[in-house]
Ligand binder design. Structure first.
Ligand SMILES: NC(=O)c1ccc[n+]([C@@H]2O[C@H](COP(=O)([O-])OP(=O)(O)OC[C@H]3O[C@@H](n4cnc5c(N)ncnc54)[C@H](O)[C@@H]3O)[C@@H](O)[C@H]2O)c1
Length: 409
């Protein structure tokens, strides 16, 4: 089957890599640099799983920037373009998705079951968008299939999906068949043949994605707030978490304190869901968003005190920001909580420097000098802040501020 995947980011590249073992896959991507990299079998993002597949497996995969070439003869199209949060409209920016539909309709007749390829939105979208896009662009076959992968385990999570959720127009028997077909293709390509499949209405499936991420954000915010309480009262957070989480109903997972939840998805998806609650009674959803800001402000205050108390006499504090990504092993710092903390520290007049190899040769990052030598960074910083600890910091442990109590994500 000829498949097109639009957008060669974490989501698009993972699904394209997996499916190209069994199907002819074309990645349609607007960045010419990414197109060239993929065609040279270089992976434009950091993902050990994709790197291994590119190296060791036979993949029928090419990339192009040309929509005509990509869509010609395609039976199945996945769309995985960004849906960033726009603070002005307080909603996702859907312009990339809309432009994909516009350009696809110039190449293919999307109006009938016979001529339209099966089109699947993987991008995270507001509740109601799929139905709206179906009507606006006159698309006969459009499904929503939310993606749940983690950036640091993108291909692994695509190979071993926690579940396959597919949203379809329930009043249309053709759409039900399409949803079943898509689920079968995804399960067949996965290495988890018993992955739970949940077929449901379009809006329900759109809500699944936003509520799943908001639950994860809620959980992070809960353990962070517990940590703020314990730190303020001089208590051992680790012991409290251990005691609380040993209850199997709560579970010993996803409970490691941090500077705040962050990364590409949780901040934007919680805000989009909060926008949907306009006019609907709620306390919790609003609190999840607010709690993250409160946490980052609390951590910033703690660091200000630590920077002063840990600074050798006669010196001015120089705060070293150790890596910008949210998670160990990640190569990007989109909406990372340490960035907001660093910005607040800089605003209060403190001197900072950052060490983060993925920044490359840049000498300044958002007004903060970049230190390229780890040795120099460790030596010259009077204190170091790390959202996630690393053995590189072991020898200077005494001057590190982190809330990474379990040394895990
Ligand atoms: N990153 C995650 O962990 C994750 C998890 C689940 C869902 N999602 C959702 O999936 C979507 C994509 O996320 P991502 O992390 O893969 O994004 P990304 O930024 O890593 O990749 C998006 C890619 O799309 C390309 N692109 C942008 N506009 C395009 C266009 N008009 N035509 C072709 N290519 C275009 C970009 O150049 C980029 O390479 C978002 O809606 C996100 O919320 C992401």
């Amino acid at each position: 089957m000829k498949i097109v995947v639009v957008g060669a980011g974490y989501v698009g590249l993972s699904i394209a890599t997996l499916l190209s073992q069994y199907h002819t896959v074309t990645l349609l991507e607007i960045s010419p640099e990414r197109v060239d990299q993929i065609n040279r079998r270089e992976v434009p993002i950091h993902d050990p799983g994709i790197e291994e597949f590119f190296r060791d497996r036979k993949l029928d995969l090419t990339a192009t920037g040309n929509p005509e070439q990509a869509y010609d003869g395609a039976a199945l199209v996945f769309i995985a373009v960004p849906t960033n949060y726009d603070p002005d409209t307080r909603q996702f920016d859907l312009s990339a998705l809309n432009s994909v539909f516009r350009s696809m309709s110039k190449v293919r007749d999307l109006s009938s079951q016979e001529t339209c390829p099966l089109i699947v939105i993987k991008s995270t979208i507001p509740v109601g968008y799929t139905k709206e896009a179906k009507e606006t662009f006159g698309i006969a076959r459009l499904l929503f299939c939310p993606e749940f992968l983690r950036e640091t385990h993108a291909l692994e999570d695509t190979r071993l999906p926690s579940r396959v959720v597919v949203g379809y127009t329930e009043s249309d028997p053709n759409a039900k068949r399409d949803a079943e077909l898509l689920a079968q293709i995804l399960v067949d390509a996965s290495e988890k043949k018993d992955a739970p499949v949940c077929l449901m209405g379009l809006e329900e499936s759109e809500a699944v994605k936003l509520f799943a991420n908001t639950y994860l954000a809620l959980r992070v915010a809960f353990f962070n707030e517990m940590d703020s309480f314990a730190e303020t009262r001089g208590l051992n957070t680790r012991e409290i978490i251990r005691g609380v989480c040993t209850d199997p109903r709560i579970g010993r997972h996803y409970n490691n304190p941090s500077f705040g939840y962050g990364g590409y998805c949780l901040p934007k998806d919680t805000k989009q869901l909060l926008d949907h609650f306009e006019g609907i009674p709620n306390d919790l959803i609003r609190a999840v968003v607010a709690a993250n800001q409160t946490r980052k402000e609390f951590v910033t205050d703690q660091i200000r005190s630590f920077a002063q108390s840990s600074c050798p006499a006669g010196k001015e504090p120089l705060i070293g920001v150790y890596r910008l990504s949210m998670k160990k092993g990640s190569d990007n710092h989109r909406s990372s909580s340490i960035l907001d903390v660093a910005a607040m520290l800089a605003e209060s007049g403190l001197d900072l420097q950052v060490y983060d190899p993925p920044l490359g040769d840049a000498d300044i990052f958002e007004g903060i000098p970049v230190c390229h030598s780890l040795e120099q960074f460790l030596e010259t910083s009077t204190c170091i802040i790390a959202n996630r600890f690393d053995k590189e910091l072991e020898n200077v442990k005494g001057k590190v501020y982190t809330r990474d109590l379990f040394l895990e994500d």
